[in-house]
Design a protein around this ligand. Structure first.
Ligand code: NAD
Length: 462
């Protein structure tokens, strides 16, 4: 009899299993993939970061090497080797989780799980008994009407297929200007593909701060990505060596067609809850198909919990990890807590885009009186020395109390810089607290301090 069986070994599930084992519980984790780590490590965050890094280096070499007096022979891309580097990066991480499971005495039950009844988990022919179950089954790409994905054929692909194309396409159509579309679209644009992004809304990256959206689109356009906004995709069909995409422009309902070698469908993901037997168990789902949970991640059935992409909230690995740790604490009789107001989001393009807390638009909509402190990276010596002077830090604070409400960064190391603001927000800091904190010179982090100064007496270098 286990104390806990976790279903799914992605960032939510494996972190939950490790924390529960650390808290003294007897734990097993069910995973049907050949390797641990879920979508994130196998076909998501990690392989995409390898390709983003490799192609970022290529971009640096093309754009900036000569400016620094680095004269190299022409750099060519060995796609198979880059794929090998990606595979090694993934393997290093998935094996690392296997090691952590052994170290923490967590049993890996290999196979796909279902829950015949509370307290029982079936894997293959075997039924395992457990006091608690955590469902951490993640998400899968949401299907798009009129478009059939075939990752094997490599012509109409989702993110998994796009990470493993057999060759670099000359042209690519990306459906959806969200995180996946722009990260993977940038990879192929840097590799020389002509990339056209079709987005249903009138802005890219819905939900981000409006100024960031505009700046981001401008910078990606400069890098060669083409955008058609307000475009509702109707269908995609393979026609010979091209894929034809039909779409309607929302503004006048006009019909258009466009073709490319490859089409990437990146129009969102949906919770992966099929095959578990949730219906028969009476586990309540939301109207959008997520597992409904209370503030302790308990489902409607006693002893069954759920976390990560399978439950409502941002579909982010680190949100799942936090929930995994917290629910393990709850199951072990301690206090688990996640502060949903301070969950950073990062888009790993060049430049990176990062955000936490309220956008200016959300703060105003909520009727809050705010101060906005903005600082351009052009005023930051370190960023300029690295040809990274585009972009800005935007800090939002309460007009009366000066408490930090949000931060939006587009520019160098945005994904790392955002965390000093996250820590500040966790401690309920004011913009002045950040402004009075000494930041080493010359670092790009000075731009965050300058934005905080801009919320008060004014930035120095702007
Ligand atoms: P997304 O929700 O970020 O973006 C999907 C985009 O597709 C939206 O802009 C939407 O308006 C558009 N769209 C939807 N239907 C369309 C249509 N018919 N025609 C044209 N455009 C259409 O989804 P995603 O990029 O697929 O990512 C899925 C999830 O994975 C997200 O929750 C994302 O946060 C997460 N993710 C995060 C990271 C990261 O944190 N760096 C990386 C990858 C994925």
């Amino acid at each position: 009899m286990y104390d806990l069986i976790v279903i799914g070994a992605g960032p939510g599930g494996y972190v939950c299993a490790i924390r529960a084992a650390q808290l003294g519980l007897k734990v097993a984790c069910v995973e049907g993939r050949e390797t641990l780590g879920g979508t994130c490590l196998n076909v998501g965050c990690i392989p995409s970061k390898a390709l983003l890094h490799g192609t970022h280096m290529l971009h640096e070499a093309h754009e900036n090497f000569e400016k620094m007096g680095l004269i190299t022979p022409e750099i060519t891309v060995d796609w198979q080797k880059m794929q090998g580097y990606k595979a090694e990066t993934v393997a290093g991480n998935t094996k690392g989780i296997e090691f952590l499971f052994k170290k923490n005495r967590i049993d890996w039950l290999k196979g796909w799980a279902s829950i015949p009844e509370a307290g029982k988990v079936k894997v293959g022919d075997q039924v395992h008994e457990t006091k608690n179950i955590v469902i951490a089954t993640g998400s899968t790409p949401a299907p798009l009407k009129g478009v059939t994905v075939d990752n094997e054929a490599g012509r109409i692909v989702d993110s998994t297929g796009a990470l493993a194309l057999k060759q670099i396409p000359k042209s690519m159509i990306v459906i959806g200007a969200g995180v996946i579309g722009l990260e993977l679209g940038s990879v192929y644009a840097r590799l020389g593909a002509e990339v056209t992004v079709l987005e249903y809304l009138d802005v890219i990256t819905p939900g981000l701060d409006g100024e960031v959206q505009k700046q981001f689109q401008k910078m990606l356009t400069k890098q060669g990505l083409k955008f058609t906004l307000g475009a509702s995709v109707q269908s995609a069909e393979v026609a010979g060596d091209q894929v034809k995409v039909s779409y309607a422009l929302k503004q006048d309902d006009s019909a258009h067609e466009i073709s490319a070698d490859v089409v990437l469908v990146a129009t969102g993901r949906r919770p992966h809850v099929e095959g578990l037997g949730l219906d028969a168990l009476g586990v309540t789902l939301t109207d959008r198909g997520f597992i409904q949970v209370d503030k302790h991640w308990a489902t409607s059935v006693k002893g069954i919990y759920a976390i990560g992409d399978a439950v409502p909230g941002p579909m982010l690995a680190h949100k799942a990890e936090d929930e995994g740790m917290a629910v393990a604490e709850v199951i072990a009789g301690k206090h688990g807590h996640v502060n949903y107001g301070v969950i950073p989001g990062v888009i790993y393009t060049t430049p990176e885009v990062a955000n936490v807390g309220l956008t200016e638009e959300q703060a105003k909509e909520a009727g809050r009186k705010i101060k906005v402190g903005k600082f351009p990276f052009m005023g930051n010596a370190r960023a300029k020395a690295q040809f990274l002077g585009e972009g800005f830090v935007k800090l939002i604070a309460d007009a009366e109390t000066d408490r930090i409400l949000g931060c939006h960064i587009i520019g160098p190391s945005a994904g790392d810089l955002i965390h000093e603001v996250c820590v500040a927000m966790e401690f309920g800091a004011s913009a002045e607290d950040l402004a009075l904190t000494c930041h080493a010179h010359p670092t790009v982090s000075e731009a965050v301090r300058e934005a905080a100064l801009a919320c008060g007496g004014g930035a120095i270098h702007a």
